[in-house]
Each structure stands twice: as structure tokens, then as C-alpha cells.
Design a protein around this ligand. Structure first.
Ligand SMILES: NC(=O)c1ccc[n+]([C@@H]2O[C@H](COP(=O)([O-])OP(=O)(O)OC[C@H]3O[C@@H](n4cnc5c(N)ncnc54)[C@H](O)[C@@H]3O)[C@@H](O)[C@H]2O)c1
Length: 276
């Protein structure tokens, strides 16, 4: 018996990182998965893009758990692409119960007055508007099911406090908290719960790259992964540099399963003690 037997989850940004981990964790508890990812170059991103092979690996790992998965290429910045992926997935798998608005980008390292128009807009379009598109495309299916449901938006520690040198990211990740709070009120009568996750550094390709090391260790000329690890550990009362994707997936599982059945409108920190 799994905690999510018979349920269907829609996950954005599922090719790798936390999104893949979410797909596997929810599938391991019995959920079937509808997955999308962009798998394109992200302008200004200091890390490599996710690939078709990455999404195929997510599919392989979910199917190895004997669950079904419908995985397609779609861009959360484009509402019609999200809607058609969701509609097709629900038509195939028969229902929708769980939504993980996880897709995101990390670009625009530098002070606010120097952020370019393109960087600002792409951040907001992906990390804020993308979460709205994900909610807008899925809510009709959740309501139609008449069984309640759960939406979880991945924000960040950057959605809880200001952080110098990543102003566009902070603005988008703070914006989704307002979206989450509003949706929690609008959807409560339908027993659809809406919460946000706020991880500190998570060990994914988004942060394991030179520009991120320089962001965290500007006092070191050519910082290495080990320098980043040391600085990042120093930021956390709990003496670790980052959490792993599975830690975020386990918090997601708690929120979307019956364990979290009356939790809505909540910001859940995975902060190693550095914010609440
Ligand atoms: N890694 C961290 O330290 C960290 C910390 C806090 C929050 N987050 C957030 O967690 C979420 C997952 O990030 P991750 O760490 O797994 O990074 P990642 O880069 O490994 O994964 C993000 C995925 O989102 C996809 N994506 C990007 N733009 C998209 C778009 N327009 N449409 C569809 N898919 C798109 C990417 O292709 C990629 O597969 C993001 O929202 C990120 O901002 C990350």
C-alpha cells in the first residue's frame, strides 16, 4: 500500500534535479505522473541545460517502479503548452490530484540596478508566471475531480528574505508566496490545499557551477566546490552546506499526502535552521 495509490501528479521541470526526484518519490508511493520540462538553453543561466536524455531517465525510473508516466516537452512560460500537456496527461491517466510547480531558473547574478530587461523578464515569466500557468491549467481538473487536491509551489529561501545580488530571483520567488496564499483561500472550499516549499541550497546542477561558487565566496579569487561547501555550511546553524533533492521530495510527499491533509496556505522551510 502506497500513500498515493490511485492518484495522479503533475510535475513541472521533471527532467532532472528536484523535479525528477519528486516524480520518483511520488511514484514510489503509488502515484502516476504527468511530467513536463523545457529542455532548452536558458539565456544567462550559469549551468548546463536539461536534456531529452534527462527526461527519458526520469521516465525510466518511474516506470521501473511500475507506475505510468506521460512526459512531454513544454514551457511553463507558455500557457497553451502547459494546458495541452495537462489535458493530454489527464485524458490518458484519468484524473488529477497533485500538482508540483517546480520548474525554475536561476539567472541574473549581480546587483539590482544592473539586471537586464531580458533577465528580469525571463525570471518573472518562468518562476512566477510559470507557477501561475501551472495552477491555472490544473485547477479545472482538480475541481472537476471533486476529491480535493494539493498544489505545491517550489519557492526558495529567496522567497522568505532578501538576498543581495539575486534580486530578480528573490522577486519571483517572493511573488509565488502571494500566489500560494491567494490560491489557498480561493481553493479551500473545494478542499484543494496550496502550500509552498522554501529550500535552502539544494544539491542540483542549478548551484554546482562556478558563477554560484563566486556568488557565495566573492572573497576567494577562483572559488572551488569545496570553498562553496565551506561558505554554505557557515550560513546554516545545522552544519551542512545543502540539502539533497530527496529531502525536498519528502516534504512534498508530506504536503500532498493525507499526512498533510489539513495544511494549507503554509510556507514550509527546508532551511537547515537559517530562516523560518
Ligand atoms: N537548487 C537550489 O539550490 C534551489 C534552492 C531553492 C529553490 N530551488 C528551486 O527548485 C526548483 C527546482 O530546481 P532544481 O534545483 O531542481 O534545478 P534544475 O536546474 O536541476 O531543474 C530545474 C528544471 O526546470 C526546467 N525548466 C526551466 N525552465 C523551464 C520552463 N520554462 N518550462 C519548463 N521547465 C523548465 C529545467 O529544464 C530543469 O530541468 C526551481 O524552482 C528552483 O528555483 C532550487
Amino acid at each position: 500500500m502506497g500513500m498515493l495509490d490511485g492518484k495522479v501528479a503533475f510535475i513541472t521541470g521533471a527532467a532532472r534535479g528536484q523535479g525528477r526526484s519528486h516524480a520518483i518519490r511520488l511514484a514510489s508511493e503509488g502515484a502516476d505522473i504527468i511530467a513536463i520540462d523545457l529542455m532548452e538553453e536558458i539565456p544567462g543561466a550559469p549551468y548546463s541545460r536539461a536534456t531529452e536524455e534527462d527526461l527519458a531517465e526520469t521516465v525510466r525510473q518511474v516506470e521501473a517502479l511500475d507506475r505510468r508516466i506521460i512526459a512531454t516537452k513544454a514551457d511553463v512560460r507558455d500557457f497553451e503548452q502547459v494546458r495541452s500537456a495537462v489535458d493530454a496527461g489527464v485524458a490518458e491517466l484519468g484524473r488529477l490530484d497533485i500538482v508540483a510547480a517546480n520548474a525554475g531558473i536561476f539567472t541574473g547574478i549581480g546587483i539590482v540596478e544592473e539586471i537586464t530587461e531580458e533577465t528580469w523578464q525571463n525570471q518573472l515569466d518562468t518562476n512566477l508566471t510559470g507557477a501561475w500557468h501551472t495552477a491555472k491549467a490544473t485547477i479545472p481538473h482538480l475541481k472537476a475531480g471533486g476529491r480535493g487536491g494539493s498544489i505545491v509551489i517550489t519557492s526558495s529561501g529567496a522567497g522568505i528574505r532578501g538576498i543581495a545580488n539575486i534580486g530578480a530571483y528573490v522577486s519571483a520567488k517572493t511573488g509565488v508566496v502571494g500566489l500560494m496564499r491567494t490560491l489557498a483561500l480561493e481553493l479551500a472550499p473545494y478542499r484543494i490545499r496550496v502550500n509552498s516549499l522554501h529550500p535552502t541550497q539544494v544539491n542540483t546542477p542549478m548551484i554546482t557551477n562556478d558563477p554560484t561558487y563566486r556568488l557565495f565566496a566573492p572573497h576567494i579569487p577562483e572559488p572551488t566546490l569545496e570553498d562553496f561547501e565551506q561558505v554554505s555550511t557557515g550560513l546554516h546553524p545545522f552544519p551542512l552546506p545543502w540539502v539533497e533533492p530527496i529531502d525536498v521530495s519528502n516534504a512534498l510527499l508530506f504536503l500532498v499526502s493525507d499526512l498533510g491533509r489539513y495544511i494549507t496556505g503554509a510556507k514550509i522551510p527546508l532551511s537547515l535552521g537559517s530562516y523560518e
